[in-house]
Design a protein around this ligand. Structure first.
Ligand code: SF4
Length: 475
């Protein structure tokens, strides 16, 4: 274990760097999720251990040092540091989650490894205490502990029990370190050390706190340096590293969700309209605009057409749906055929290059930059921009019967630019508190997960009113 004194020098392909960075993002987001779910102590450690393993960022394999794991760990740390340094929220997020990861790793070290760590990371003359020395000073050490208010605070025991514990801990050589005086000046001042011949004897917990405090400082210094480093390579890496780092925080960090059309069954127009409560927020908004304006701009049409295709709508039904709706506005049947039908057939791979286009991913929705007349894009991003401040998003969430408390947490997450996590929290809020395990990756995946979760596919068939086919209405 080290505190990342310098970036790895090994040459790595851009793909390897990208995969490393996304794995770090997953690990830190898992830590963030664990913390925001109120997990502490062993519970949070279990989360970190599992995520570290899954993301292949462990520096050891069993008891052996892992060269690959250590390189991936250091590389991904520096990439995320660079990706986070230019935005205050990202800096805060990075420093908080990295510190938690560091604490988890440091606490797992045995005393010898801690001494090695301190020696390798600039702590002066830190050493273990021999049992014999400890026994000789036991009474003085017990008095130090008895007067240590921070130590007392960690124990909820009677005075008698406290005295017993202090006596026991004073004799435990593993609970003490000898450190050079200047390293622990603040503890000396607070009379929380025992000075012997220029050495300060310090409780193990106090050493942990000092190390964490120093690591926190080094993280902030590293982030500040990152801004300068980023500026230096921003232009020269404009086609490689710069876009990777700039887009990293907007990336989904879960498994890739591949569209082959086989996940969705065939979805009729009435069945679709009976299940709009399974639409993610972006598609609820887009579909609502489609139904009220009877029109959408080009990007909105494309996003909605591909989404509907992704959830199972067939080309014939799509043509009917769009024609019906557009003709409610100022579009004639001729104009629809001339200007819009081609685009729908194109989305289904029946025109132009005849490509089976994939529905948009969340990454594409988030990266889009809708203008004032547009209705597409990710509302978690669009409604938490500086001007909006999230109140419109809160309003929308509340209209989905999401509680005030849940809505506030979701808005906060979105404001911190974790749009897909906010979306998954929304999913949980409307699906009995159960999130999508693999995360939210695309609007159509959200819909399909929702339908699976509600297990309504069979019910939908019976619930959908037996209306005449809308095809007849527009022919
Ligand atoms: Fe839609 Fe994805 Fe944004 Fe959710 S995170 S609202 S699914 S774009």
């Amino acid at each position: 274990m080290d505190a990342y004194p310098r970036a790895p020098k090994e040459e790595q392909s851009i793909e390897a760097l990208e995969s490393c960075a996304i794995d770090r993002l997953r690990l830190l987001r898992a830590i963030e999720d664990g913390m925001s779910a109120g997990k502490r102590g062993n519970e949070l450690e279990d989360v970190i251990a599992k995520a570290e393993e899954e993301c292949e960022l462990r520096r050891t394999e069993g008891l052996m040092f892992s060269e690959r794991g250590a390189t991936r760990d250091a590389t991904s740390h520096f990439l995320l540091r660079l990706a986070s340094c230019r935005n205050a929220e990202h800096r805060k997020w990075f420093a908080t989650t990295e510190l938690e990861l560091f604490k988890f790793r440091f606490k797992r070290l045995d005393e010898g490894a801690k001494v090695d760590f301190l020696a390798n990371n600039g702590f002066k003359a830190c050493a273990l205490v021999a049992q014999k020395e400890c026994d000789e000073r036991a009474n003085d050490l017990r008095d130090i502990l008895l007067g240590d208010y921070d130590f007392k605070k960690t124990l909820d025991v009677t005075h008698q029990e406290y005295v017993r514990l202090c006596t026991e801990k004073a004799r435990d050589a593993k609970g003490w370190f000898k450190v050079e005086f200047e390293e622990v000046a603040s503890l000396v001042k607070a009379r929380r050390t025992y000075m012997i011949g220029g050495d300060a004897w310090v409780r193990r917990e106090s050493i942990d706190a000092l190390v964490f405090s120093r690591y926190r400082t080094s993280l902030h210094e590293g982030l500040a340096q990152g801004i300068h480093i980023f500026k230096k390579f921003e232009e020269s890496e404009a086609n490689r590293l710069t876009p990777l780092l700039k887009s990293l925080h907007q990336r989904n960090s879960g498994k890739t969700y591949v569209f082959d059309g086989s996940e969705a069954g065939v979805l009729s127009i009435p069945a679709m309209e009976a299940t709009t409560d399974s639409f993610p927020l972006c598609m609820r908004q887009l579909y609502k605009a489609f139904k009220t304006k009877h029109h959408l701009t080009h990007s909105g049409r494309r996003a909605l057409q591909l989404y509907l295709k992704g959830i199972g709508m067939q080309l014939a039904d799509a043509l009917v749906l769009w024609k019906t709706e557009f003709m409610k506005g100022d579009c004639s049947a001729e104009k629809f055929e001339k200007d819009y039908a081609y685009g729908i057939r194109h989305s289904y791979g029946k025109e132009g290059k005849r490509v089976n286009y994939t529905p948009h991913s969340c990454g594409q929705c988030i990266a889009s930059d809708p203008g004032v007349k547009d209705d597409h894009g990710c509302p978690f991003k669009n409604l938490t921009s500086n001007k909006e401040q999230g109140s419109k998003l809160d309003e929308l969430l509340r209209s989905m019967n999401i509680s005030v408390g849940d809505s506030q947490k979701i808005v906060e997450k979105a404001k911190n630019q974790h749009y897909q996590i906010a979306c998954n929290m929304t999913f949980a809020a409307v699906h009995k508190d159960i999130e999508i395990d693999a995360g939210v990756h695309s609007p159509h995946q959200y819909y399909l997960e929702s339908r699976n979760r509600k297990n309504l596919s069979s019910q939908v068939k019976t619930e959908v009113p037996a209306t005449p086919s809308p095809i007849a209405a527009v022919q």
